[in-house]
Design a protein around this ligand. Structure first.
Ligand code: HAM
Length: 447
């Protein structure tokens, strides 16, 4: 058996590819909660949702993220379609959003345009805890304006969402400015000079980076590279006057908003499109290893993709990592997947009656389940218990004949008989009107 075959199946059972996973119902409760928090905070701030395609032309990411970045060099899922065109599963959201901004003429809308997304992304990374090949991100972008107050707003919102999710205290905000591309040129020259006679102490990756993308030497995780990075000249000492002023203003605004941050002159981020502000939310114990989110300003990206000069700033966070941290903090999310009542039946006539009882209860907002495929009452009651239903309705042939139902209190074990025509009213009385699930989006269409 080849290694590939081993991955595909285990004991004859087909598996997901390495690094991707199902989102099972329990985790969906977290996904739903996170989506609600994100939507609520972003709607409050005037953002509107966008969804870009799962795959785009490879060139978008090569140009947008940068050909020499780890993502483009090693981590993209690239494939050819039937006409031989090179397509890529999106590894991140910003490049696609900027392409959509240009393609759909959003420069003609009032600026800035504020967009957010909640989507899966794909990176062919080595799978490990918190690092997957398909992962979910939510992200938000303010496109079309350059002002440090907007960078402050983005960081504030990211932190506010973390607060709502109960995990803000676990993270520190690492902040840096990498200046304009022009000022960066001078810095890269100084940095390359610094490393000139130290190449032997670098890891294999960084030896290559020194030639292709020297800035990335600063945030390598290898011990020997880290020691050198700490001694290297600091980018903040080479910022042009405009970038410096921009950064000072941003820090002032963050202080005004009572946002604590750590100035980190080694923070450069792994995507080439950034200009001036970069920031990341680092785990206070793990550091950069499992950053929960990151972002920054990307004033040149839209122009690079063929659009007009359009300064922008944004942020994205990893949803799997957020969930892992919420679980670590033992945060249980409120969820609506509870059932109010279980309907048990015995015999064909009873089953027939139960179909309409179930439909009427559900329409009234009672969350109702019935195991209509099961025959024994004992099995059905055991199932009702497993589902955690507080009450069970029991209908047998006698009940059908007498037009009544039995309602059993599952906790106490008591039962009472209720006329069939009153069953909905009685159930509502038992579970409480305030607990009904009467949200029906379809009704909104008809007023
Ligand atoms: P990024 O730092 O590459 O930024 O990704 C943002 C977050 O996505 C990370 O902090 C992490 O939580 C999550 N993430 C990234 N890769 C993985 C993975 N393999 N498995 C699990 N989670 C992962 C961006 O993507 C930029 N587009 C952010 C941005 C928006 N900048 C400006 N606007």
């Amino acid at each position: 058996m080849t290694e590939d075959q081993e991955e595909i199946s285990v004991d004859g059972v087909l598996q997901t590819p390495k690094g991707v996973h199902d989102i099972l119902p329990d985790d969906h409760e977290y996904h739903t909660f996170i989506k609600k928090v994100v939507r609520h905070r972003l709607r409050q701030a005037g953002f509107r949702r966008i969804t870009t395609p799962i795959f785009e032309f490879t060139e978008l990411f090569q140009r947008g993220i940068g050909s020499d970045t780890d993502i483009v060099q090693k981590e993209m899922y690239i494939f050819q379609d039937r006409k031989g065109r090179s397509l890529t599963l999106k590894p991140e959201g910003t490049a696609g959003v900027c392409r959509a901004y240009i393609q759909n003429g959003m420069m003609n809308l009032p600026q800035p345009v504020q967009l957010y997304y909640i989507e899966p992304h794909f990176r062919y990374d080595r799978p490990q805890k918190g690092r997957y090949r398909q992962f979910w991100q939510f992200g938000f972008e303010i496109i079309g304006e350059s002002d440090p107050a907007l960078d402050a707003q983005i960081i504030y919102l990211a932190n506010l969402i973390n607060k709502d999710l109960g995990i803000a205290n676990l993270f520190s905000i690492q902040l840096n400015s990498i200046g304009t591309p022009e000022s960066r040129k001078e810095y890269i020259r100084v940095l390359t000079d610094f490393y000139f006679d130290k190449e032997r102490s670098l890891c294999e990756q960084c030896k290559i980076r020194l030639k292709t993308n020297p800035l990335r030497l600063l945030d390598c995780k290898e011990e020997s590279c880290r020691i050198l990075a700490n001694l290297a000249p600091k980018i903040t000492d080479y910022l042009d006057a405009e970038s410096k002023e921009f950064h000072e203003d941003l820090k002032e605004y963050l202080t005004e908003l009572e946002i604590k941050f750590v100035e980190n002159p080694s923070l450069v981020r792994g995507l080439d499109y950034y200009t001036k502000t970069v920031f990341e939310f680092w785990d206070k114990t793990d550091g950069a290893q499992n950053a929960i989110g990151g972002g920054g300003r990307y004033d040149g990206l839209i122009e690079l993709l063929g659009g007009p000069k359009t300064p922008s700033v944004g942020y994205a966070a990893g949803i799997e990592r957020i969930i892992a941290n919420m679980k670590r903090e033992k945060i249980r999310v409120p969820h609506k997947d509870v059932i109010h009542i279980f309907v048990a039946q015995l015999g064909k006539e009873a089953k027939k009656k139960c179909l309409s009882i179930i439909a009427n209860l559900r329409e009234a907002g009672v969350k109702t389940m019935g195991a209509l495929g099961k025959d024994s009452i004992k099995t059905q009651l055991r199932l009702a218990d497993k589902f955690g239903a507080p009450y069970t309705i029991i209908v047998g042939l006698t009940e059908v004949r007498e037009e009544v139902v039995i309602i059993r209190d599952m906790k106490v074990g008591t039962q009472k008989t209720v006329p069939m025509k009153d069953v909905v009213k009685e159930v509502i009385r038992l579970i409480g009107k305030e607990n009904l699930d009467t949200y029906s989006p379809g009704e909104l269409l008809y007023g």
